[in-house]
Ligand binder design. Structure first.
Ligand code: NAD
Ligand code: DAU
Length: 336
């Protein structure tokens, strides 16, 4: 089996590549990643020299390159490659449309042309928009994306659906809630709060801190995608989530408590524009139809994550130099 994993140098993609190489030592993994600011080959240093892993630096929207890769034979595609950060999509939406919509379409064209067995689109619960105080997102919830990021992901999803309906491409779409764990870029809530707390810097909490996210440990997301790629019913969408809703302020206080840092570091800042209030996933379909169950409770997952960031300070400190400084000043400069 030869699997094209796109975005395999990013947070979830690199965790997935490591998971696959470990679980399926006979599979060949071709990892196509443009190495944007979010891609980091250090995440894959443990598999350097593994002949079953081939890294290709390139853009999913580069049709010539993508066709060349498919022409050498690809059995399955798992598309993680994306611009993934909501705040960046508010200031620079163009690249989100280019990668998340147009890039997905280039991959779909190649998958159609070269006849792959399965195309898995890794999507997000954010395409459903926001929930009020009650209810959960099911696979039937209408798409109502509110940010340029989620709109571009919804655009990609709709193209996947269309290539299935129009051209008979074998596809699945997964829609997962917020991930956390090793190798997450420190622009996202949990690693940012860990890094800032360790540096005794302010912890910027948007708005009233009561927005709710539904957290899943990254390895549990990987095991769900593994099941969907092998056993998912053609054309189906699967929601993925672990019933771990928390307000942002609860998350921030948990991080501070585990690191033994004071709550005085918390600073409430100007809210994110269009900030979705609550996400919550109903994962009944994947648990009943495919037998998936998450292994990590939030308490053990967050502990393991904090330990990882403590033990791998070089990893995130290297990221926090250079271009990251410019990003941070732009994002938080007038908020803090
Ligand atoms: P990430 O930003 O950490 O990684 C994205 C990767 O894609 C990077 O390695 C980057 O270099 C690569 N990339 C970006 N543009 C590319 C392009 N044009 N061509 C090739 N590679 C490109 O993102 P992540 O958090 O790991 O998310 C991965 C996927 O999972 C995304 O599709 C995202 O929408 C989805 N998702 C993320 C979460 C989450 O909580 N992080 C939850 C649900 C779904
Ligand atoms: O739900 C899945 C989505 O989760 C994925 O599709 C996205 O790729 C991923 O980035 C994530 O999106 P969020 O916007 O939910 O994640 P983020 O870590 O950016 O923010 C989580 C919550 O924390 C959100 O309500 C905003 C808030 N926040 C975030 C940052 C970075 C803060 O209060 N302060 C911050 O500094």
């Amino acid at each position: 089996m030869k699997v094209l994993v796109t975005g395999g140098a990013g947070f979830i993609g690199s965790n997935f590549v490591l998971y696959m190489l470990n679980k399926y030592p006979d599979y060949e993994i071709v990892n196509l990643d443009a190495l944007t600011y979010a891609g980091n080959l250090e995440n894959l240093s443990s598999v350097q020299g593994n002949s079953k892993h081939t890294f290709v630096k390139g853009d999913i929207a580069d049709r010539t390159l993508v066709n060349e890769l498919f022409s050498k034979g690809i059995d399955m595609v798992v598309n993680f490659a994306a611009e993934s950060h909501v705040d960046r999509s508010i200031t620079e939406p163009d690249i989100f449309v280019r990668t998340n919509v147009m890039g997905t379409q280039v991959l779909l064209d190649a998958a159609k042309k070269y006849g792959v067995q399965k195309f898995v689109q890794v999507s997000t619960d954010e395409v459903y928009g926001t929930l009020g105080e009650t209810g959960l997102f099911t696979e039937e919830t209408p798409l109502a994306p509110n940010s340029p990021y989620s709109a571009s992901k919804a655009g990609g999803d709709l193209l996947v659906r269309a290539y299935h309906e129009t051209f008979g491409l074998t596809v699945n779409i997964t829609r997962c809630s917020n991930n956390y764990g090793p190798y997450q870029f420190p622009e996202k809530l949990i690693p940012l709060m860990i890094a800032n707390a360790l540096n005794d810097k302010s912890l910027p909490v948007y708005g009233d801190g009561l927005n709710v996210r539904d957290w899943l440990y990254v390895e549990d997301h990987c095991s769900a995608i593994d099941l969907v790629m092998h056993e998912g019913k053609n054309g189906e969408v699967y929601n993925i989530g672990g019933n771990n809703e928390r307000t942002n302020i609860q998350i921030v206080k948990t991080v501070l408590e585990q690191l033994g840092k004071p709550e005085s570091l918390i600073t409430y800042v100007k809210d994110r524009l269009g900030h979705d209030r609550r996400y919550g996933i109903d994962a009944t379909k994947i648990t009943t139809a495919l037998g998936w169950n998450p292994r990590y409770h939030f308490e053990s997952g967050i502990k393991a994550t904090i330990e990882w960031y403590l033990e791998n300070q070089d990893w995130w400190k290297r990221i926090q130099s250079g271009a990251y400084q410019e990003y941070y000043a732009k994002q938080y400069g007038d908020r803090l």
